[in-house]
Ligand binder design. Structure first.
Ligand code: S3P
Length: 440
């Protein structure tokens, strides 16, 4: 018997309280810095999704012991910067651009050779953006023509580097800083446009000598001293605002909803979606702000709201780069058009997201126009639905269209829900707990 694809149907008001699982970006970084510290790092609330587990597996192949205790905490036995060993298996990062690119940075400054690969989505994504700066440290690449699979040989004596980012990418910035940890000197990254700063915050927590300066001409200069002796930590991973985006948008658009989403990280470099939803008239209250492992965490109360279309400037894109699929769903239910600019990077995410969003919305009967790096979605009172959307190995496309199904006249299904495991394993049961009619 073939399994029915997951499908979402028109739902009554959502209600209740859910806790969002750990942040994906922080989870990758906690494992990696734990491996580069000397001694045992304990991670509570690690996101146990396919992407993060692939990074853990790669670190194990490089000689790091990582084990889970009975309470679910992860124990990473770090071997110090420069302490990773030659792997005897291929490192498979599955769907994860973050895992692959950050680990390339680590490997670039270790005297070892590793073959890196990934799934059909990851092997089609650009890697030159990270391989080029890593070559300045002395790392060498064979094969791949700028894509995975490829073989990376790290430098035995990596030299410190100064590098100005050509794309606004936290992954590239982080790869360069991680490589810099195992050099004899200071490595600096110039970031003309701010991107998420979890690597910097966590490096500081682990005791690295990291300095961040504002440049008079704009942007930031971030420098880290090499031969770093990182101190092991107890990291408590805050909930992922990119995952919270889906139940939050679901509650905003489903009439009568009133939900609480607990434990959501609020970092200014990640909160562009929430700024935009507030401009659209979304009723979101940020409750009980507190600090957790160098980040601010809140509980969010989200109530159904009459949304209106807005203009979303390109400068905001880095702070909400993963949230456009969720925003497009909110825009489809708002009064009037929402124009989103500066979306060039969406073309090289887990899928060509600009196209996936456009095609999915058009299939569902929503009026939208896509340009090279622009998307305009015009909201409407009734959304026909009654279709199956192609997810193109993209977890966020799958979740976004299941949310749209909750307010469509006819059910919306997706061709593949397995991909949701890459970032949000509990998505379906948590949405069902809130009252969403999603059948797995
Ligand atoms: C991430 C950075 C972003 C984001 C990705 C996670 C990270 O990518 O899209 O999901 O953890 O550094 P870019 O930095 O390439 O834009």
């Amino acid at each position: 018997m073939t399994k029915q694809p997951p499908s979402a149907a028109k739902s009554k008001s959502l209600a209740g309280r859910i806790a969002i699982p750990g942040d994906k970006s922080i989870s990758h970084r906690a494992l990696i810095l734990g491996a580069l510290a000397v001694g045992e790092t304990v991670i509570s609330g690690l996101l146990q999704s396919d992407d993060v587990l692939a990074t853990a597996e790669a670190l194990r192949a490089l000689g790091i012991s990582i084990r889970e205790d009975k309470a679910g905490d992860m124990h990473v036995l770090g071997r110090g910067t420069g302490g990773l060993c030659q792997p005897d298996t291929e490192l498979d990062f599955g769907n994860s651009g973050t895992g692959a690119r950050l680990m390339m940075g680590v490997i670039a400054a270790h005297p070892l050779t590793a073959r890196l690969t990934g799934d059909a989505s990851l092997t089609s994504r650009p890697m030159k953006r990270v391989l080029e700066p890593l070559s300045h440290f002395g790392a060498r690449v064979e094969g791949g023509r700028g894509k995975l699979p490829l073989t990376l040989t790290g430098a035995a004596l990596a030299v410190p580097v100064s590098y100005e980012l050509r794309v606004p990418s936290a992954q590239v910035k982080s790869a360069v800083l991680l490589a810099g940890l195992n050099t004899r000197g200071r490595t600096c990254v110039i970031e003309p446009v701010a991107t998420r700063d979890h690597t910097e915050r966590m490096l500081e927590l682990f005791g690295a000598d990291i300095r961040i300066e504002k440049r008079p001409e704009g942007g930031l200069k971030i420098c880290v001293r090499g031969e770093a002796e990182l101190q092991p930590q107890h990291i408590v991973v805050p909930g992922d605002p990119s995952s919270a985006a889906f139940p939050a948008v679901a509650a905003l658009i489903t009439p009568g909803s009133d939900i609480i989403i607990q434990n959501v990280m609020m970092n200014p470099a990640r909160s562009g979606l929430y700024t935009t939803l507030a401009e659209m008239g979304g009723q979101i209250d940020f409750l009980n702000p507190r600090r957790q492992s160098g980040e601010v965490v809140v509980d969010m109360r989200v109530r159904a709201s009459a949304l209106k279309g807005v203009y979303v400037p390109g400068e905001r894109a880095p702070s909400m780069i993963d949230e456009y699929p969720a925003l497009a769903i909110a825009a489809a239910c708002a009064a009037g058009p929402t124009r989103m600019e500066g979306l060039g990077e969406l073309r090289v995410k887990e899928s060509d997201r600009l196209r996936a969003i456009h095609d999915g919305l058009a299939l569902c009967g929503v009026d939208c126009i896509a340009g090279d790096d622009v998307l305009t979605v015009t909201g409407q009172k009734t959304i026909p639905g009654g279709v199956r959307v192609q997810t193109r190995l993209d977890h966020r496309i799958a979740m976004a269209f299941l949310v749209l199904g909750l307010v469509s006249e006819n059910p919306v299904s997706v061709d593949d829900a397995a991909t949701i495991m890459t970032s949000f394993p509990g998505f379906l049961p948590l949405m069902q707990k809130l009252g969403a009619r999603i059948s797995p």
